[in-house]
Design a binder for this molecule. Sequence first.
Ligand code: AQP
Length: 325
Amino acid sequence: MRILSGIQPTGDIHIGNYLGAIKQWLLLQEKNECVFFIADLHSLTVPFDPKILQKSITEKIISYIAVGLDPEKSIIFVQSQIKEHAELAWILNTLCPVGELERMTQYKEKSKKFKDNINAGLLDYPVLMAADILLYKTDAVPVGKDQTQHVELTRTLAKKFNQKFGKTFVEPKAILPKFGSKIMSLTNPKKKMSKTDNPQSYISLFDTPENIQKKIMASTTDSGKQIKYDLTKKPGVSNLLTIYSLLTDKPIKELEKKFKDKGYADLKKSLAKTVIEFLEPFRKKQKELVTRDVYIKEILSRGKNRAQTIAQTTMQEIKEKVGLV
Ligand code: AQP
């Protein structure tokens, strides 16, 4: 199968991104043809600082390698370096009803969050995402729950294109982790953990042990004392148990037993220790990689060439089918 996924260079990559998306990438890269990119064009749709964007893109590439993506196995590149993404997005725009875009949950949420910057790109984000996916004739897209609506739209656009211009695209499916497809914010467990929120609300993959400890100890829990998984009555505790379970591979039931006669502070202390130990190898690798400029540039240059070959071939076929050549 060909697999594709990406992350925007907004804020720090957090454990939600890891557990929802990256953890699946690591497994999938072993037996599939994988394409992983930095979605920098997408990140222009929310407020950003041009002075730090380049640095942020490089940081994300370093993060990819630090967590275990293997440039020998996977194609790793930066979206804006392959102009065909934008080119295909334009063609797909002409197949996409505006109403479909207006009902997208992410568009509604981000329009609320960035009231002063509701730009056309924000509305059009899912079409660019469809172009990212279809350009590589992707079979499956490993993502967190928040992105499934966009993958669904991609399937619709693929079908429409195929009907109008002849069979060209596979209708890609989203791959979600069975558990942990939506990790919640530490400060508001009713909201998704998000890179562009307050840093107290997420744990970055490269946070210092002190910061991890502080953030988990200060995380919002629920009324009552019992440590029990209950999404309605105890969303805070349930979120902490979810993270704990995913990082240790221990079932929730076993964790409930472990903390049966303990309080929230015990759960938090133990979770902080677990998270710190889990992330330690990532932090070490990241520190090493920031000094290896040439190596990172080589990865990107190779990734760009490999991605370009596929993208140009698909685009040529699309243009012929649409009648543009
Ligand atoms: N809280 C989450 N739980 C599980 N998976 C998540 N993902 C994001 N948040 C969670 C998945 O991570 C991948 C990369 O996300 P993105 O960079 O494309 O942006 P996003 O989905 O909008 O994620 P963020 O962290 O909330 O970033 P900002 O704040 O920039 O919007 C995706 O596969 C996503 O599903």
